[in-house]
Write a protein that binds this ligand. Structure first.
Ligand SMILES: *Cc1c(COP(=O)(O)O)cnc(C)c1O
Length: 350
């Protein structure tokens, strides 16, 4: 049993705790003042991240939200525009930061169910020099795509976006909070993905189990400017090596094992699909995220189901309109999956 504080916690992969090896590395980490560039452990994390993602430079930031915000601020000035999906994390869950703090306009395009943006609509959304219009500067993608079910963007699609962006002199930013889930699911090196984008942020604190932090990767000029924005936004940290040390372990030790989370998610999804009262699109269960709905035949409310699950020491988040999201991670093993299925099946009964 792999439980977190006695619970099987399916609310998110953000609930993962630092591994014993991370705690050990955090204790031993060599430290300095990172705003002065003096923290050797942060410097090492940034170098390793840049190499791994095939970019020339990287900066360690407090969160994925700050990473996306600093990236957007770097790509776009006030009155300039980013094209992104209406299901994008940047649009939905980042408190409107790039508009509030950067004056950046957002052109939202409805995401396809697989997380892609229809290319013809992206192209039609691009605006030029007309004084009536915001200037388009950036296309922002998300991979894996959280609200679309942890779906993986096909490499051929990324290539097409890259070419489109080039034709129109636009940059591409990737919200790659879970980019390693995408790489593992595709069975490719992560650089196969990042070769098509100018900048990318990824999270150390989700499936990779580090306690805090994300990394932005890009060109040296881009990262230098993003570093200024990190400071401006209050994200300059001092002896941040205690956190970066866990991030290094995350990069070195925690990526390949994401495949287990995908296997567990698949098993969980198939078990749910067999339950009367559940509708689920198995094709969209590609990584560690599972979305599903309850049919009208189920009379129990989402809240009541969550309460019943809690009595079995299982934490879930009931979404609006009885849509559920389950997320697998290192704290959920295959026996836990069977236990969840038993408990959930029972919880659906009147
Ligand atoms: C989690 C997440 C982020 C960043 O979230 P933080 O909680 O700020 O670290 C960004 N994009 C996606 C798709 C995410 O899932």
């Amino acid at each position: 049993m792999n439980m977190l504080n006695g619970y099987i916690d399916l609310r998110s992969d953000t609930v993962t705790q630092p591994t014993p090896e991370m705690r050990e590395a955090m204790t031993r980490a060599e430290l300095g003042d990172d705003v002065f560039g003096d923290d050797p452990t942060v410097n090492r994390l940034e170098e390793q991240a840049a190499v791994k993602l095939g970019k020339e430079a990287a900066v360690f930031v407090t969160s994925g939200t700050l990473g996306n915000l600093a990236s957007l601020l770097t790509h776009c000035r006030r009155g300039e525009e980013v094209i992104l999906g209406d299901q994008a994390h940047i649009f939905r869950y980042e408190a409107g930061g790039s508009s509030a703090l950067g004056g950046i306009a957002q052109f939202q395009i409805p995401n396809n169910p697989d997380g892609t943006l229809p290319l013809d609509r992206v192209e039609a959304a691009i605006r030029g020099d007309d004084q009536h219009e915001a200037r388009t500067k950036l296309i922002a993608l998300e991979n894996t795509h959280n609200r679309c079910g942890g779906t993986v963007l096909p490499l051929s699609y990324l290539k097409q976006v890259r070419e489109l962006a080039k034709r129109h002199n636009l940059k591409v930013h990737l919200d790659g909070a879970r980019i390693f889930n995408a790489a593992v699911a595709l069975g490719v090196d992560v650089q196969e993905i990042t070769q098509y984008v100018d900048s990318v942020t990824f999270c150390l604190s989700k499936g990779l189990s580090a306690p805090v932090g994300s990394v932005i990767c890009g060109s040296p000029e881009f990262i230098a400017q993003a570093r200024r924005y990190r400071k401006m936004l209050g994200g300059g940290m001092r002896q941040a090596g205690v956190l970066a040390a866990a991030g290094i372990v995350a990069l070195e030790k925690m990526i390949e094992r994401l495949a287990e989370d995908h296997v567990n998610a698949r098993r969980l999804a198939e078990g749910l699909a067999d339950m009367p009262g559940v509708t689920i699109d198995l094709e969209r269960v590609q990584t560690n995220i599972i979305y599903f709905d309850l049919t009208p035949q189920v009379k129990v409310t989402g809240e009541a189901i969550a309460q019943r699950m809690l009595e079995h020491h299982i934490k879930i988040l009931p979404g609006p309109a009885r849509r559920f999201r389950f997320v697998t991670h290192v704290g959920v093993d295959h026996r836990d999956v069977e236990q969840v299925l038993l408990a959930f099946n029972a919880a659906l009964k009147d």
